[in-house]
Ligand binder design. Structure first.
Ligand code: NI
Length: 172
């Protein structure tokens, strides 16, 4: 396992629609391992494979707060099969948009169908932070970022700022 470099806004990879995982093999296990290592190192509570440059429908999440009590969760080919009408707001952030946070309103509860790390089909009825995190990460698989859910003015400002930073790093 290794820590991989994070893909940062405005990198065009973040707009790629990721492909479904076809088989749970050694490469996938390796990818999941790298995703957890990268996510814990950042640190972050959720990561989509495209954030380390792999356009596959894989999400890792760990909402545990305390060190030594990790609760790693893997979602392969996750799909929202139901969303509640009631909504809730969270201040969201993203490892691909470092140190920027904004309030986002989404369905308060979602039912997500996915495969676990051994390929078994599972369903989870998520609420609270898990519901928000799953929706945020599934958005990544579709090339959508949390800043797409905020006002156009705020989005333009944050994209401008990160474009300038990328130029300063010599990536522009
Ligand atoms: Ni994100």
């Amino acid at each position: 396992m290794s820590i991989r470099p994070l893909v940062i806004l405005p990198d065009a990879q973040l707009r790629i629609i990721s492909a479904p995982v076809k088989s749970i093999d050694k490469d996938l296990t390796q990818l999941v391992g790298d995703m957890f290592e990268t996510m814990y190192d950042a640190p972050g509570i959720g990561l989509a494979a495209i954030q380390i440059g792999q356009p596959l429908r894989v999400v890792t999440i760990d909402l545990s707060k305390k060190e030594g009590e990790q609760q790693p969760q893997v979602f392969i080919n996750p799909e929202i099969v139901w969303a509640s009408d009631d909504r809730s707001s969270y201040e969201e952030g993203c490892l691909s948009i470092p140190e920027y946070y904004a309030e986002v309103t989404r369905p308060a509860r979602v039912k997500v169908r996915y495969r676990n790390e051994t390929g078994e089909e599972r369903e989870v009825l998520a609420e609270g932070l898990l519901a928000t995190c799953l929706q945020h990460e599934i958005d990544h698989l579709n090339g959508v970022l949390f800043i797409d859910h905020i006002s156009k003015l705020k989005r333009t400002m944050v994209v401008k700022k990160f474009t300038k930073l990328a130029k300063e790093r010599g990536e522009g």
